[in-house]
Design a protein around this ligand. Sequence first.
Ligand code: FAD
Length: 317
Amino acid sequence: MKILIYGEHRDGQIRKITLENITLARNLGAEFEVLFIGNAADDFKDQVAKYGAGKALFVRDEKLKTYSPDGYAKILMRVVKDRQPDVLLMGATATGKDLGPRVSALLNAPMATDCVQVEMENGQLKLVRPMYAGKVRANLEMNGQPKIVTVRPNVYQASEQPTAAQAEELSVEVPDFKAIVKEIVSGAKEKLDVTEADIIVSGGRGMKGPENWHLIEELADLLGAATGASRAAVDAGWRPHDEQVGQTGKTVSPTLYIAVGISGAIQHLAGMSSSKYIVAINKDPEAPIFKVADYGIVADLFEVVPRMIDELKKMKN
Ligand SMILES: Cc1cc2nc3c(=O)[nH]c(=O)nc-3n(C[C@H](O)[C@H](O)[C@H](O)COP(=O)(O)OP(=O)(O)OC[C@H]3O[C@@H](n4cnc5c(N)ncnc54)[C@H](O)[C@@H]3O)c2cc1C
């Protein structure tokens, strides 16, 4: 089994999902290499070697400094045709969602998106992906080559297993681009993205208004967590859309998800039910969030959250 991992990077940093996919490929016992397209730093090869990727491939060109959906897809297609992997592994991230289907169409290759389980059984790839907003889990096998698989971030933990680093510069004809991304307007730089966070504290309509959000932020700060929100909170303009968790927001899989004043509508659960531990704080004992919660606190959040903050502060001092 030969795997090509698409190496995601942004602002000179390798994205966590790339290291998670390297760990996954390593644990599958596969032969694998990591491909970086664009503005990649030389030391990416050393960074991925720490996680067991002995080979980093680079496609660099002045034109590739700006992301182009069609241009990158064509380059990826050419590399895949050349390297002949059995599997192209990507993240179920904004980039993976943008690039994966394009490459799948160009290669007429099968694709499974947002997988939460990737295993090998008798040389066959066995995949599990949630469907219908997380109501069912589908077991998949694919025919054809290469199989394109995107993996949900945070499902597999990256772990180090150093090996010798090796780099190879690939010469690939760079096509003319039909579209380029001219600018990415991101939120506050220092903010931890919910898709990469290990702990998330999320607030919903029960927070009553943006003026109370300092409770979510304080709790998140003390736990080293990212802050999330339900769509109700985002639609009300209390929180930015990049914090929205759910069917029309982001899909997250942290170790700990704390839902504060969130009812647990199916569309919210679609984005967070694969979290390892879910803690719900809600004053309504019948709230559906309690059906998925590992720990439930039936209480007024305005009493419980300040107490949690106080206790955590005491523990820290
Ligand atoms: C097509 C579609 C897509 C959608 N996509 C998303 C999505 O991506 N993400 C998403 O979140 N939603 C999504 N929704 C909306 C979803 O259906 C719900 O309306 C939304 O999740 C509700 O948000 P909420 O839980 O914050 O609010 P509510 O459902 O109003 O729940 C508020 C909760 O707070 C509790 N509460 C109130 N006061 C307190 C207090 N003082 N202490 C403790 N608890 C308190 C209440 O008991 C209640 O359970 C989508 C809907 C549709 C139709």
